[in-house]
Design a protein around this ligand. Structure first.
Ligand SMILES: [Zn+2]
Length: 243
């Protein structure tokens, strides 16, 4: 369901409660994570996902129990500064206020390949976190094969984000950086300025606008990145953020 549908319809206190047993009728939660499952596109030669069975009730086990094997940059995840050696900071010590924060979804669906400073100028004032919605959104969830031509940031956009005082940047494919970029300049500009990076979002169901982001990374000691479950919490009928 699109946000537009919800915003245009007359709303009641209970409209936002999908679950009739919910005690939080004001909560309007939009899942912006991709589903970890077989067939999910991964960075070539680096990341992968696998779920294996440990026990199954149907096979005489006392419970259903599974284990996973995955790259830390698989699906929706965050990058730690240590990923590119910019500091020793790894996933377990990332500041959570970068991931639980007001955030703005900015429409970049008209950008063909590289988002530049000009695409963002005047559109990110006054927000702490910027999530860039592009033509990438939805392609991971649809299990399309890895796309080397994905929409990404160029260094001028990264520099503009830093200059604007943004502390978190989120993108809707597996890197903030273009696939063919040499030396990872976008990662370096952002991570050196202690800007948190979230990758692999799915913003296809989200209207551009202001929300509360919740995307805390798993607390993995020594992690160069960490998976996260990312959601946006929208405005409610009362006009308050439903948190
Ligand atoms: Zn990553």
């Amino acid at each position: 369901m699109s946000l537009r549908t919800r915003h245009e319809s007359p709303r009641t206190r209970h409209e936002f409660a999908k679950d009739p047993t919910s005690r939080q009728p004001h909560m309007h939660i939009i899942d912006i994570s991709v589903t970890l499952r077989d067939g999910l596109a991964a960075w070539p030669g680096e990341d992968y996902w696998r779920l294996d069975k440990t026990l199954r009730i149907a096979e005489g086990g006392a419970a259903n129990v599974s284990r996973i094997t995955m790259g830390l940059h698989c699906g929706t995840h965050v990058d730690a500064p240590w990923h590119f050696g910019l500091s020793d900071q790894t996933a377990e010590s990332l500041p959570l206020d970068r991931f639980i924060t007001p955030a703005r979804v900015v429409d970049c669906t008209g950008v063909a390949q590289a988002i530049t400073r000009a695409d963002l100028a005047g559109r990110i004032d006054g927000t702490a976190a910027v999530l860039l919605k592009t033509a990438n959104s939805g392609t991971l969830e649809s299990l399309a094969s890895f796309n080397r031509q994905f929409v990404h940031l160029d260094p001028s956009a990264a520099t503009y984000l830093v200059e604007s005082g943004v502390h978190t940047v989120g993108v809707d494919y597996l890197s903030v950086e273009g696939f063919f970029a040499e030396g990872a300049p976008v990662h370096r500009i952002l991570l050196a300025a202690r800007v948190a990076i979230i990758e692999g979002l799915d913003l296809s169901a989200v209207e551009p606008g202001d929300y509360t982001l919740v995307a805390a990374p798993l607390k993995i000691a020594g992690g160069d990145g960490a998976p996260c479950r990312a959601v946006l919490i929208g405005q409610t009928a009362s006009g308050r953020v439903g948190l």
